[in-house]
Write a new protein. Structure first.
Length: 189
């Protein structure tokens, strides 16, 4: 009976420590030191402060006047996010890749044999990757400039301005956050 009482007390104590106190302490530290990141890295419109998205999650843009994100296996939904889990020998994957490449070439008026960056034909592991490569962004500049009836040089400068360098100079690849870039286009920056 003594062991049962000790086990129950230890369960209660560790539940309070690991289930209540520790999460509250970590949440408090995160709110103080990384407030923006702890709250989802939300992006607000500068005009009215309305939240329009998160810099961590892709959104679907289909209009020609916007830069397109990489394809999503989960239709950009956050709840069923994830990869397609299709293997390299999958006929469905091969078909999806060919269709994505064709859609990208057609949408950007590229030659039928023009190379397309891998991030524009393959979905990401989460299905919600908010970034594209600078090469993928540059291939879309002419379309976006034409749709917005603006100068190609202006859109090129904007893309160059939104290229994020690898974290700490060596982690990852250069990338462009599509939502931030599209918001800047809408704001006329």
């Amino acid at each position: 009976m003594k062991l049962i009482i000790q086990a129950i007390l230890l369960t209660i104590i560790f539940t309070i420590i690991t289930g209540v106190l520790y999460p509250l302490a970590i949440t408090g530290i995160a709110q103080v030191t990384f407030h923006d990141k702890a709250n989802g890295s939300r992006i607000r419109q500068s005009r009215d402060g309305k939240v329009v998205g998160s810099e961590l999650l892709a959104q679907q843009f289909t209009s020609g006047k916007y830069f397109w994100p990489r394809p999503s296996a989960g239709s950009y939904a956050t709840v069923p996010s994830g990869a397609s889990n299709l293997g390299p020998t999958s006929g469905t994957l091969q078909s999806n890749v060919l269709n994505n490449a064709k859609a990208f070439r057609d949408g950007n008026k590229l030659a039928a044999d023009a190379p397309v960056p891998a991030d524009m034909v393959f979905t990401s592991g989460s299905g919600l990757d908010p970034h594209i490569s600078p090469a993928a962004a540059r291939l879309q500049i002419v379309r976006v400039a034409a749709e917005r009836t603006t100068d190609v040089a202006r859109v090129t400068a904007l893309v160059d301005n939104f290229i994020e360098r690898p974290q700490w100079g060596f982690l990852g690849e250069p990338r462009v956050n599509v939502l931030r870039l599209n918001l800047a286009l809408d704001q006329g920056k």
